[in-house]
Design a protein around this ligand. Structure first.
Ligand code: GAP
Length: 454
């Protein structure tokens, strides 16, 4: 097996996603809508796996974190209190010549609309306006009246839904600091310069956890969560050499943060934020206490009151999805054939196994393959494929990252065993057909590291 040493580009990933039905441009038959995407079958399955692995690590396997699912449209006062109405803005400039719009703080990374493309402002023809602040929240109206009194926002982060439920949850969940509240759900941002496929989109699914701690312990918990989250990304199989931690300096930190570090991934567009871990201090609970008049504080058994500090790991499924596909994508030559293979962690892979009758028209093979498929599909996402040559069927599965294929062949008819083929090593071994389910379940629980690691 020889790897073809082309670096993975975002275009390669976009084209694979399209070709194999992971992701489509949204509203395509109407010409699309900038940077919005729809997920096809394999995309949905992959996203479900990412979401449930996050939930397993953040809620299911912990005693100190509970779940929440708050509304997307909240009372607009929430966003006054959080600082989003006044401060969730990007500085924007327009070019009167090429009519494009740019983020004033990212001009270095932008391309002017004229040919040959230059940095905006670089040529004498560029005619940039003064920067003005542009709020990234999508505004809507609640009810039949469309005036200022009915204005509301689609949430730009899930975090605020957690803070405003602090009292409900801390009273009812029988937890005391340190404890956390985790939430997964859609967030919306009217990004000025979305792009790079799913990396920066206007509608995305955030997975956030707010961990409430005694103030004196905040720094320790911040380090703890940074470490945990980095470990989680590694456990999904992202290669070490493509992950790093970058600490924000003071100028870069959000208004609410006393410390922030990004877990960055080496995307095809360079090192970029995959997940942010922030020490939000007491900012949010204090703001909501002041604006709502409801005290969001903790009273310990001795009657001491304090406002917990908050440590927040926040990430979107989209950024993980792109990182996983970039990390997993390989083109290699096997024998005299080229194959594209997605070396996804088996727990992330959309399909866990393929069941393939070698000769589909052979009744004995067809019926055994069908019975095995019926048994496995009750427990796992598996596929039955009986169309085309076996080599082509393997390659189809390689391209969507299916870790194992069970092939029913002539020998199955003699001794009731099947071949299991490993996606990464291409090794084949034989198993009793009755033991396939147990074998698959053991294999799915095994630790996995990318065979492409340095
Ligand atoms: N509650 C804190 C918060 O929302 P953020 O750094 O703005 O912080 C957290 O966002 C995470 O959400 C990012 O690390 C990234 O994974 C994801 N994210 C933010 N904007 C995004 C966008 N436009 N498209 C995709 N993911 C995005």
């Amino acid at each position: 097996m020889a790897e073809t040493a082309q670096p993975v580009t975002m275009d390669t990933i976009v084209s694979l996603c399209r070709r194999r039905g992971f992701v489509f441009p949204s509203s395509e038959i109407y010409g699309g809508l900038g940077s919005t995407y729809d997920y096809g079958h394999y995309g949905v399955l992959t996203k479900n796996n990412i979401r449930s692995l996050w939930f397993r690590a953040m809620v299911q396997e912990r005693d100190d974190i509970v779940a929440l699912d708050s509304a997307i449209i909240l009372n607009p006062s929430v966003w006054e209190a959080s600082g989003h109405v006044a401060g969730f803005t990007d500085p924007l400039v327009d070019c009167r010549t090429c009519k494009l719009r740019f983020r004033a703080d990212k001009l270095e990374d932008a391309s002017c609309g004229r040919k040959p493309s230059k940095r905006p402002g670089e040529t004498p023809d560029c005619d940039l306006t003064e920067p003005r602040q542009f709020n990234l929240m999508f505004e809507t109206h609640v009810g039949a009246l469309q005036d200022e009194s009915s204005a509301a926002y689609l949430r730009p982060e899930t975090a605020q839904g957690i803070f405003i439920n602090f009292k409900n949850v801390s009273q009812l969940a029988r937890r005391k600091p340190p404890f956390g509240i985790a939430q997964v759900g859609k967030s919306f941002r009217n990004e000025i310069t979305p792009g790079n496929f799913l990396f920066r989109v206007r509608e995305f699914e955030q997975m956030e956890m707010e961990f409430f701690v005694p103030p004196a312990d905040a720094t320790t918990w911040f380090e703890y969560w940074l470490d945990q989250r980095l470990g989680w990304h590694r456990s999904l199989g992202l290669r070490d050499e493509n992950l790093r931690v970058r600490k924000h300096d003071e100028a870069e930190r959000s208004h609410y943060s006393t410390a922030t570090s990004d877990i960055e991934y080496l995307y095809p567009i360079g090192w970029q934020e995959l997940e942010g871990v922030a020490n939000r201090g007491e900012f949010d609970l204090t703001q909501h206490t002041q604006h709502s008049g409801t005290k969001l504080e903790w009273i310990d058994p001795d009657g001491n009151r304090y406002t917990p500090h908050v440590i927040e790991p926040a990430v979107s499924i989209e950024r993980i999805f792109v990182a996983l596909l970039c990390d997993a994508y390989h083109e290699e030559v096997v024998g005299d054939r080229q194959r594209v293979v997605l070396r996804l962690h088996p727990q992330v892979a959309p399909v866990k196994a393929a069941i393939l009758p070698l000769i589909p028209r052979d009744e004995g093979m067809a019926s055994r393959a069908r019975a095995l498929y019926e048994e496995l599909r009750r427990h796992h996402i598996v596929e039955h494929d009986d169309s085309g040559q076996i080599g082509r069927r393997y390659r189809r599965q390689d391209e969507i990252g299916t870790p194992w294929a069970f092939t029913v062949d002539e020998q199955t008819l003699e001794d009731e065993t099947v071949t299991v083929r490993d996606r990464d090593s291409l090794a084949q071994e034989r198993l009793p057909i009755g033991g396939v389910r147990g074998w698959l379940e053991d294999a799915l629980e095994r630790d996995w590291a990318s065979p492409s690691s340095d």
